[in-house]
Design a binder for this molecule. Structure first.
Ligand code: NAD
Length: 471
């Protein structure tokens, strides 16, 4: 009989156990941190134009209530199942802990292929899903706050808000979901936040010259060859920011095919080509791969899986040539594949850290919604006036005058987008340094994922230990 592979959820639990072995917490406490607290599985009908009725299957899993609200995206995909949503909910708990966000973890899923439904049907599905969550108290600004994930975006979040508000009108109801359009109480910078966070994380990791030397790479982004799998919200933005910083996008994979060009692909031109032709294939100047998974094995420095889980497995791991795997997707590398890659000295920047930019900016959006004021609104003009006064004093004393451009650059007060990006950059840098530090100082820990899990376990454990229930 062939070897049984761990499911996605089992794989997350195995990552947890591997890190937990480096702690001395009571087994009961570790189990409390490890398993999902609440699993809600439900079904509802969708009536089609021709009168037929389809039964839609949906989930919301709350993994940990050690902090409230719980937080996590909603996924629309044909592949959605209970095991997957439990794994993603668990990852959310550890992700929020790694980047110090005051949330427990959760995840939602609707088992549909969104491409097969009209906008009108998607709206009805989303509204019904929200109403079902509301009925069971699985959504609310202080209990459970969803966000976008694979197959959903700002449009779905606006429908969720509208439905929730109709059922629960209150001063804080706008904080019931994040990732909303800016005109619907969203925050600037949320759409690109996960990809931007992926970029900040990679840039910071590549800044450590001694770590890069071990990989045989020069420090810095400039000239690094990058492959991206999944040109959706996360993959597109990550590729765009990396390209702007001087990286070369050598291959891209989508669900229907993959393309490569060792001299580089312009990510915006690829997107434009996809909009015009319906596929990334046959992009001018590029070659098509025979299979879309061939892109993962293409010669590059950084491989960025940004589609779905379980893409890098025991089967293809031996053929992967990247020196760094930057996990923009959740769970793209199986535990068995990771072992093989680590033995070959490949650096894996793990999902629970690297794609935390989305939930970080969701946290900022939630804060904005609860405070009912745009970031920067109170301070911007004041900052500008005081900097202007300071500059004028310096100019008077020195007798030198700045050009209008130089003056503008120094005087400008922070807008919402500046503050959001600055908070995101700070979060990604601080968390990486904490993880790296744990990796370097914990005997027996030599990889970033185990170190990230270890940091997360310690942070969640403290929340429980302070309650005095566990020994
Ligand atoms: P998305 O739906 O915007 O994009 C996913 C893209 O991957 C789509 O273009 C899809 O066609 C493509 N794809 C699907 N199957 C593929 C395959 N086999 N090969 C290549 N491409 C394929 O989703 P997203 O929001 O960008 O999420 C992508 C990943 O990032 C998921 O694992 C998600 O959980 C994770 N993530 C997303 C966010 C967020 O803020 N959206 C935050 C954290 C993590």
């Amino acid at each position: 009989m062939g070897k049984r592979h761990l499911s996605f959820y089992e794989s997350v639990l195995a990552f947890f156990d591997r890190a937990a072995a480096h702690t001395s917490y009571d087994r009961g406490l570790l189990d409390q941190i490890k398993y999902c607290n609440s699993v809600y599985q439900f079904k509802f009908p969708l009536k089609h134009e021709d009168g037929t009725i389809e039964i839609i299957q949906a989930f919301r899993v709350e993994h940990s209530h050690h902090k409230l609200p719980v937080k996590g995206g909603i996924r629309y995909s044909e592949m959605v199942n209970e095991d997957e949503i439990k794994a993603l909910a668990a990852l959310m708990t550890f992700k929020c802990a790694v980047v110090d966000l005051p949330f427990g973890g959760a995840k939602g899923g609707v088992k549909i292929e969104p491409r097969k439904y009209t906008v009108n049907q998607l709206e009805r599905i989303t509204r019904r899903y929200t109403a079902e969550l509301a009925k069971k108290n699985f959504i609310g600004p202080g209990v459970d706050v969803p966000a976008p994930d694979y197959g959903t975006g700002p449009r779905e979040m606006a429908w969720i808000l509208d439905t929730y508000q109709a059922l629960n009108p209150s001063i804080d109801s706008i904080a019931c979901v994040t990732g909303k359009p800016v005109t619907q109480y969203g925050v600037r910078g949320r759409t690109e936040a996960t990809g931007r966070g992926v970029f900040y994380g990679i840039r910071h990791a590549l800044g450590y010259a001694e770590d890069m030397k071990k990989l045989g790479l020069q420090p810095g982004i400039e000239g690094k060859r990058v492959v991206v799998q999944g040109l959706g919200n996360v993959g597109y933005h990550a590729a765009k920011f990396l390209q702007e910083a001087g990286a070369v996008l050598v291959a891209v994979a989508e669900y229907d095919g993959a393309i490569y060009n060792p001299d580089g692909l312009d990510v915006d031109e690829v997107q434009q080509h996809r909009r015009e032709t319906g596929t990334i294939l046959n992009f001018p100047g590029a070659k098509n791969f025979a299979k879309n998974t061939d892109a993962l094995e293409y010669e590059c420095d950084i491989l960025i899986p940004a589609a779905l889980e379980r893409q890098i497995t025991e089967e293809n791991a031996p053929r992967i040539r990247a020196r760094i795997i930057a996990e923009a997707a959740n769970g793209p590398t199986t535990i068995e594949a990771e072992q093989m890659l680590l033995e070959r000295g490949v650096m894996i920047i793990p999902d629970l850290y690297l794609n935390a930019g989305g939930v970080t900016v969701s946290y900022f959006e939630w804060l904005k919604n609860l405070s009912h004021v745009r970031f920067g609104r109170l301070s911007k003009r004041f900052e500008e006036a005081s900097r202007s006064a300071l500059l004028e004093s310096i100019e008077r004393i020195t007798g030198k005058r700045l050009s209008p451009e130089e003056r503008k650059l120094i005087v400008r007060g922070a807008d919402e987008i500046d503050l959001v990006n600055s908070g995101l950059e700070e979060t990604m840098i601080t968390a990486y340094d904490e993880i790296r530090e744990t990796m370097l100082r914990t005997p027996g820990v030599t990889d970033l994922r185990t170190a990230a899990f270890l940091n997360a376990i310690n942070k969640v454990a403290i929340a429980y230990l302070e309650l005095g229930i566990f020994p």
